[in-house]
Every structure is written in C-alpha cells, then in structure tokens.
Design a protein around this ligand. Structure first.
Ligand code: BYC
Length: 332
C-alpha cells in the first residue's frame, strides 16, 4: 500500500533531491529522530506544523462536547472521571502546542489560524453529544480511533512529537476504557438505557470512521508524510484495524454496528465494511458540519474572555523583569 501511494502521488525521487535532502532522508530511513535545531526540509517542517497544530486544536476543541456533560454526569464518581478526562485533553493540547513551537511557530499564531478558520481540527468534534450514552460512545469509539492513529505516531520521526505521543497514548487508553465502561453499564441496564447506547453507536460509528481521514486514493499528504515517517500508516490501513478491533467489542456489548454490509472476510483476515459518506466528511471539514459554528464560536469566545488574564500575566512578567533588572543594577 505504501509503495503504491508513493508511486501514485510521487514524493521526491532521490534524483530530484539535493545532497542535504538525501542525507536527511537517509537519517529518516535509519529511524533516527530529528530534533528541533537540526536541518530539515521546509516541507517537512510545514507538514509537521500542520499535523501537530491540527492535533493540538483537536484536543482543545475535543473538550467541548464532553465538557457539556460534566454538570449532568449521573453520579459523583462519573463526574470526577469525566472531569479528569477533559482535563487530560487540555494537557494533551498543551504538550502538542509546545511540540509545534519547537518548529518555529508560536501558540498565538496557531490559535489565530484556528480562530480564523485557516486551520482544521478533527471532524469528529463537529457532531453533537445528545445523551449521556454519547459520553460512552465518544470514549469507546472516538478515543479508540484516536489511539489506533496515535500509537504508531509514538515512532514518528520528529523527536518532540514522538515523545509527546508516548505520554498522550498512556492517558488515551484510560479514556477509551472509561467510555467502554459507560457502554457496559448502559447495556446491562434497562431496555431504555440499552437503546440509548445503541442510538449513540448508530450516530458515532461513521463519524468515528471518518477520523482516519479520506480514503487513500483521496489523501493528499499520505505519500510524502509516510516517506518522512511523519505518518506511519495510511488512512485506510488504520480504519481497517479500527473496524477489526471494534466490531467484537460491539458484539460483547450486544449492540449492532449500523452497517448492513459488515461481514468477516476470511481471505483478508478482516471485516468488509461500508465506507462513510465522503460528501458529508468533506462538508464537515469545510466548516459545514452540524456543530462547526458552535465549536469555533466557543473557542473564539474563550480566547476573547481570557484577554484580561493574558494581559495581566504579561504585565506581571514585565514588572518582575523590571524589578530583577533594578536589583541587578543595584548590586553592581
Ligand atoms: N478531520 O491528506 P490527508 C483526538 C484533512 S482527535 C479534519 O489524508 P493527513 C481526541 C487533512 O488535514 C484526533 N480534517 O491528510 C480524542 C487534509 O487537509 P489540509 C486528532 C481532516 O494529514 C478524544 C485533508 O483532509 N488526531 O486526539 O495526511 C478527545 C486531506 O487529508 C481529517 C490527530 O490529529 C479529519 N478527520 O491525514 C480529544 C492525529 N482527516 O490539512 C481529542 C494526527 C483528514 O491539507 N493527524 N483531514 O487542509 C493525523 O494522523 C493526520 O493528520 C490525519 C489526516 C490522519 C488526521
């Protein structure tokens, strides 16, 4: 698959590379990590800023659909767990913004691009969370898909990104398990609770499949990103692994995956399944999903509401700096 992609989309061949680019590619091929101050092709730096930045934004925007349920969690224990999960996501966003900053872009620049609609975040967060069962489905499916994508990224070629992913993946597995635990409780509950769990699966199944990005034939960046080991797998490879892992989990819950064409394929050793509606995916990433305006509006409002605090911090830092300078002069 990788060879096919490289061929069809043509990342640079060795003949087209400069000596510096060849030396860089050789380091990647030897699985050496690239560190911030080292030489890198401009395209590598830009691709990383795009992917890490989008990933950071996804974590921060991803807090919103779940944050919505903190005040309505059914028990004190569920509330504490959900609160911890949503806080973890803020932490993930911050590690990732820091990793992006090592590439020479500031957090403010990245946020400005998010707020002006010039940078994306994961399509999944543009869907509403309508019931408590959605907290189960989000943890089980959305965090499950995120882990499937992020575990290989622990081996990504850029050192700061790879190290951030190691820590994030540890926390993501707790997130996935808490979601599945909610689903188990709902499915062992009343018929109404089980119906809520089924409804949540029905609504989140295809949006979760879309998280892996467009099918390989429509993926613009995969070939070059895989040659640079910024991405370790194609979108379709990870989507297939996710389906193969998740279907038995749905069966264990006694739920039905909303795909009449889902069928085990003995020859390929995996499930055949229906593709998501790609026109819906492209509409969502173009800004026209069910909750795009609400999500972006919430982030812009949070940024504007926090202006007084950022200004206060800067004023405090400037005063502290002035005092330190005066103390240094007095000591001389
Ligand atoms: N949503 O050439 P392609 C999480 C864009 S959430 C929006 O295949 P690439 C979490 C893509 O950016 C998960 N946009 O792109 C869980 C490109 O547009 P641009 C966040 C998408 O980059 C719970 C265009 O489509 N994870 O962690 O090679 C709570 C063509 O696509 C999506 C990451 O970000 C999408 N689903 O592959 C809180 C993981 N898919 O940029 C948080 C790191 C594609 O040219 N990212 N697009 O305008 C990746 O692994 C890759 O960037 C992707 C896409 C697999 C997502």
């Amino acid at each position: 698959m990788y060879a096919q992609l490289v061929k069809s989309e043509g990342s640079k061949s060795r003949d087209e590379m400069t000596p510096e680019e060849i030396a860089f590619q050789d380091r990647i091929d030897r699985n050496e990590k690239i560190e911030p101050k080292e030489w890198m092709p401009e395209g590598y730096r830009k691709t990383l800023i795009r992917q890490i930045g989008q990933h950071a934004h996804s974590e921060i925007v991803g807090q919103l659909p779940e944050g919505n349920w903190i005040t309505r969690a059914p028990t004190l224990e569920r509330k504490a767990i959900l609160l911890a999960k949503v806080q973890d996501e803020a932490g993930h966003g911050l590690y990732l913004y820091c990793a992006a900053e090592t590439l020479g872009v500031s957090r403010d620049e990245l946020l400005e691009k998010l707020h002006s609609g010039n940078m994306k975040y994961s399509s999944i967060f543009n869907y509403p969370t309508l019931t408590w069962a959605d907290m189960g489905a989000v943890g089980w499916l959305v965090d499950g898909a995120a882990i499937m994508n992020q575990v290989p990224l622990q081996r990504t070629s850029y050192g700061p990104y790879s190290r951030a992913m190691i820590r994030i993946c540890k926390e993501e597995s707790f997130h996935q398990r808490q979601g599945y635990d909610i689903m188990m409780k709902m499915c062992a509950g009343t018929p109404e609770q089980k119906a809520m769990a089924q409804d949540a699966l029905n609504r989140f199944w295809y949006p979760a499949l879309m998280m892996f990005g467009p099918s390989d034939k429509d993926s613009v960046h995969s070939a070059q990103s895989m040659a640079w080991k910024i991405k370790m797998n194609t979108n379709d490879e990870l989507r297939q692994k996710f389906v193969d892992q998740t279907v038995p989990q749905a069966e264990y819950l006694g739920l039905t995956v909303p795909d009449p064409d889902l069928k085990w394929n003995e020859d390929k050793g995996g499930y055949d399944f229906s593709e998501p509606d790609w026109s819906e995916f492209f509409a969502v990433i173009a800004g026209n999903g069910p909750c795009n305006a609400e999500r972006l509006g919430a982030r812009v409002k949070a940024w504007e509401d926090g202006a007084w605090f950022r200004e206060g911090l800067m004023a405090h830092a400037a005063k502290a700096e002035d005092r330190a300078r005066a103390a240094r002069h007095a000591a001389e």
